[in-house]
Design a binder for this molecule. Structure first.
Ligand SMILES: Cc1ncc(COP(=O)(O)OP(=O)(O)O)c(N)n1
Ligand SMILES: Cc1nc(C(=O)O)sc1CCOP(=O)(O)O
Ligand SMILES: [Mg+2]
Length: 211
């Protein structure tokens, strides 16, 4: 997988906690139509049965739009429903086990926070992308530890896509792209925006070359 591959570049939208499944699908549809690269299903409040139901509904939606669906936290659920990937943080289990269960082409992401060493280890264990953050104060996760943009450049040698996360807005995204981010992962900047589709387009513009 090449970090310059266009299919691994752009907007990585992450769902907000949304208990109403019909509303979740409605909100995500708008965002998919605006042109995102990947979607992550993340719902920290839902019980397992609701998470499974929502993940299945999102998977059908994403398949129809050709957008990979990555499941947060739970690689077993991801493997069980045949999602496109799983995202694992420091308390979310074993990258090697996820890779073994999900196969070679699955998108297995690892949260690396502010640590290049953690990213190196994750790639060694089979991660397909690494995520660093938080780069800015995050409304969704105010206590997230902070990362510096230098990590994005130095992690280029890992030769997997580098994801930036945490408080990313259309106004600060370009500096992360310029620093080496292949994807920007966003919750509130999209889903709390007055016009989520316009927000996605504004993030996408940050990946376009400046004239
Ligand atoms: C793309 C991406 N990066 C980081 C995270 C955070 O993962 P984690 O630290 O496990 O925290 P939770 O999201 O589970 O609260 C992520 N989900 N996605
Ligand atoms: C889920 C998550 N992980 C982070 C990390 O730094 O690892 S920051 C974060 C929240 C991202 O939401 P928002 O775009 O609203 O800031
Ligand atoms: Mg997690």
């Amino acid at each position: 997988m090449s970090p310059s591959n266009q299919s691994h570049r752009g907007v990585y939208a992450i769902t907000p906690d949304e208990a109403d499944t019909a509303r979740l699908i409605e909100r995500v549809s708008v965002v998919l139509d605006a042109g995102i690269t990947w979607l992550q299903y993340r719902n920290k409040s839902a019980a397992p049965a609701l998470r499974r139901k929502q993940a299945l509904r999102l998977l059908a939606l994403c398949r129809g739009r050709g957008v990979p669906l990555i499941i947060n936290d739970d690689w077993r659920l991801a493997a069980d429903i045949d999602a496109d990937g799983a995202h694992l943080g420091e308390n979310d289990g074993d990258i090697m086990a996820a890779r073994e269960a999900m196969g070679d082409v699955a998108l297995i992401g690892a949260s690396c926070y502010d640590s290049e060493e953690r990213a190196r280890r994750a790639v060694g264990l089979g991660a397909s992308y690494v995520a660093f953050g938080a780069f800015f104060p995050s409304p969704t996760k105010p206590d997230a530890r902070r990362a510096s943009t230098g990590l994005l450049a130095s992690a280029a040698e890992l030769e997997v896509p580098r994801v930036a996360i945490g408080g990313i807005t259309p106004d600060n995204a370009r500096m992360l792209v310029d620093a080496g981010a292949d994807l920007v992962a966003v919750i509130s900047g999209i889903f709390d925006a007055h016009d989520p589709a316009a927000a996605v387009r504004a993030y996408r513009d940050c990946f376009a070359p400046v004239d």
